[in-house]
Design a protein around this ligand. Structure first.
Ligand SMILES: [Zn+2]
Length: 113
C-alpha cells in the first residue's frame, strides 16, 4: 500500500507491473508527439471533485497512477483502485516525508558578469 505520503512501495509496484502486463500493449504511442517512451510518477495522486465541499474529510476522491510521456510530458491517469492498489496507510508518529512532491527547478547560471 502507498505510505501516508502516497509514495509507492515495492508491493505496489508489483501490483502495477502485473496490471501493466495484462493491459499495456506495445507500442503505446503518445497522441501528441508520437514517441513511445513513458515514465511513471512515484506517488499515487488523488483528484478531488470540482465542488465546494471537495476538501472536506470523508469526501469522494479519485486515486490515480500517473504515466507521463518522457518527451513532451503528455500525461495519462490510471485509476489506482481499479488497478488493485489499496488505499494509503495512516500516518505514524515517526512519519517524515521521504519523497518531494515536486523536484526543484534547475539552477540557471547567473547572467551578471
Ligand atoms: Zn509525447
Amino acid at each position: 500500500m502507498p505510505d501516508e505520503h502516497g509514495a509507492l512501495s515495492e508491493a505496489d509496484l508489483a501490483i502495477i507491473r502485473k496490471w501493466w502486463d495484462q493491459h499495456w500493449r506495445e507500442p503505446v504511442v503518445c497522441p501528441v508527439c508520437k514517441t513511445s517512451e513513458w515514465r511513471m510518477a512515484n506517488h499515487v495522486l488523488k483528484v478531488h471533485r470540482h465542488g465546494f465541499d471537495a476538501f472536506k474529510d470523508g469526501t469522494t476522491i479519485y486515486p490515480y497512477i500517473v504515466v507521463m510521456c518522457a518527451t513532451c510530458a503528455h500525461t495519462m491517469f490510471f485509476n489506482s483502485a481499479k488497478i488493485g492498489l489499496p488505499p494509503p496507510s495512516a500516518p505514524t508518529s515517526s512519519s517524515t516525508a521521504r519523497n518531494p512532491l515536486f523536484l526543484p527547478l534547475p539552477q540557471f547560471p547567473s547572467t551578471k558578469g
